[in-house]
Structures are given as C-alpha cells and as structure tokens.
Design a protein around this ligand. Structure first.
Ligand SMILES: C[S@@+](CC[C@H](N)C(=O)[O-])C[C@H]1O[C@@H](n2cnc3c(N)ncnc32)[C@H](O)[C@@H]1O
Length: 298
C-alpha cells in the first residue's frame, strides 16, 4: 500500500521540535510525519490521533521500534478531552495534515472515489453511523443542494439534488455518478468531482471539526508552541487563514504607536502559505493542492 507524506520536511521545520517536548499529530494516517517527529524527540512524547482503524494498524507497523508515543483512536475534535484523560494539559506542537490518505481514497470499498462502483460510504471513522448513503437518501432536496453548493461549489447543485430525490433510494457510487453526468454533461473535468468532495465533507463534518480543533489548540499550546496545518482545498484553507489572522491580529487601533502587540495569543510564522516544491509536485501529484500554514503561541 503506497502513501506519500506531503510537505514532510517543511512540516517538521515549522513544528520546531524540542527534543523533550510533548507533540500531537492530529492526523496520523500513514505515519510519515509522526515517524519524523519521533526521530526528532529524545525524552519528549508524541500523541497521534486518527479516526480510521486501517490508518492506525498501518501506522503501528511504521512506528514499531519507537516507544515514546501513544496512538489514540479518536476524531481530533476531542483532542482536548482525550489529552486530559492522559494527564496532558499543555503541548508544544500540533500538526494537522487534513483530509484523506491515499490508501483511503484508493480503497474501492470506502466509497471516496467516483472512479469505482461501490457503496456510498465515505466515512473516515467506520464506527460512525452516518454515511453518504444516509445523507443522499434522507436529507431534504434543499439541504442536499446546500451541501453541494457550499462544500463543493457545485453550480448545478439544485438540479443534481432534485434528480437525487427523484431517483431515491441510491445505493452505489455509480448511481450518483450517472446523475451528475446527466446534469454536468458539458463538464471538462469529471462530472462528479465537486459533489463527491461536498458529500465527503458533510459525512465527516470536516469543516466543523477543523474549527473546533483550532480553537482548542490555542489553549493547549505552551508559549512558543507551534500549530502547523496542511490543507488540500480552499474551504479548509480559508478557515485556517482566517483563524490565524484573527488570533494574531491585535484589536488595538492601528495608529497607536505600539511596538509589541500584547493582546493576541498567536504569532503568524507563515505570512503566505508554503507550497510543495516542484520536485515534490512531480514525485507526488496528490501534493498539488497542498498548502501549509503555521503559527506560534506567544
Ligand atoms: C492526509 S492523511 C495524514 C497523512 C500523514 N500525515 C502521513 O504522514 O502519512 C489524513 C489522516 O487523518 C485522518 N483524519 C482526518 N480527519 C480526521 C479527524 N477529524 N480526526 C481524526 N483523524 C482524522 C484520516 O483518517 C487520515 O488517516
């Protein structure tokens, strides 16, 4: 099974790892970042979160040989509570490498890809009850259209939602693809790309959990602690960008002659997003849409 870690060295550089610090990888996945974090630690400790059973069993194998880490099977929206259960109130760095790993996308049984005919699942956490099938077959037409428009920026969201409601119950990814084909027949790219992205975000509540974990991270970080986030689409990046801006912009009037701005909790380290190098783009086309942003707790 192949999974290439995106912006690997860059993420570690921005985490600025202290060898005895406490670090959290919120998105363990194939453990590429976690392994590198552990290689930089001496007496420190790593807590690694993932909500996907397959990622966890894969990562355990990658990390065998290391001792100073613990894998926690949980959504990172529960980071604060889960760390508290471990007796941890403060951390020195949090890394979030959002979205899916290649092996989730490539796994034909998970329903993430519109290129394979499979069940309409799309859950990252297999214990969760809501699937893409639940949403498609039970949400109102208006709610479906909203999901496609807001999370997928799909222009034909209403038409697609109406056809879905007419054709219910939907069981397979190809039934959904056929509906998208019939509406987006003029499309240059794949007719279903935006609808699949939107559904995946809705099934896993990806934007809500991101907002929650960012808010908790500010409280959890020690002074000089780092928050490093890698995003893969504009909706996620917008949330991170605005969050960083809000947390690092002073509320003081701009024309006051202050040198230190005391009332913000974070300091931006990346004024502009960091992109993969051309060499990484070439080696791993999936890194194409990746953007890294980092901030430091004051
Ligand atoms: C892009 S991969 C991470 C790859 C990893 N950094 C590496 O080096 O291999 C994202 C992983 O995060 C997990 N994930 C995404 N959102 C999550 C969430 N809200 N809570 C827990 N895990 C999540 C996914 O299941 C997936 O395994």
């Amino acid at each position: 099974m192949k999974h290439e870690t995106v912006l690997k060295e860059e993420a570690i550089q921005y985490l600025n790892i202290k060898e005895n610090g406490i670090y959290v990888d919120g998105t363990l996945g194939g453990a590429g970042h976690s392994k590198l974090i552990l290689e930089h630690l001496k007496d420190g400790f790593l807590y690694a979160f993932d909500q996907d059973d397959f990622a966890i069993s894969f990562a355990k194998d990658v990390l065998k040989g290391f001792k100073n880490y613990k894998i926690i099977k949980s959504n990172f929206r529960f980071l604060k509570e889960k760390l508290k259960e471990e007796g941890i109130e403060k951390i020195d760095g949090l890394l979030l490498d959002l979205g899916l790993s290649s092996f989730q996308i490539d796994d034909e049984t998970r329903g993430f890809t519109y290129l394979k005919d499979t069940s309409l699942d799309m859950r990252m956490d297999q214990d969760q009850s809501v699937t893409a099938e639940t949403i498609l077959n039970t949400y109102s037409m208006e709610e479906l259209a909203r999901i496609f428009f807001v999370y997928g920026e799909e222009r034909n969201s209403f038409k697609i939602a109406r056809r879905i409601v007419e054709k219910r119950p939907l069981k397979t990814t190809m039934e959904l693809v056929k509906i998208c084909d019939s509406v987006n027949y003029n499309e240059k790219g794949h007719s279903s790309k935006r609808v699949f992205q939107a559904l995946r975000i809705a099934v896993n509540e990806e934007l809500t959990v991101l907002e929650e974990v960012l808010a908790d991270a500010v409280d959890l970080l020690n002074p000089d602690g780092r928050l490093v986030v890698i995003t893969f689409h504009s909706l996620e990046d917008r949330i991170v960008k605005h969050f960083f801006k809000d947390e690092s912009t002073s509320n003081l009037p701009k024309n006051l002659p202050v040198i230190e701005l005391p009332d913000t909790k974070m300091e931006l380290i990346t004024r502009k997003p960091v992109y993969p190098t051309d060499e990484e783009y070439e080696r791993n086309p999936r890194s194409k849409s990746a953007k890294l942003r980092a901030a430091r707790k004051k």
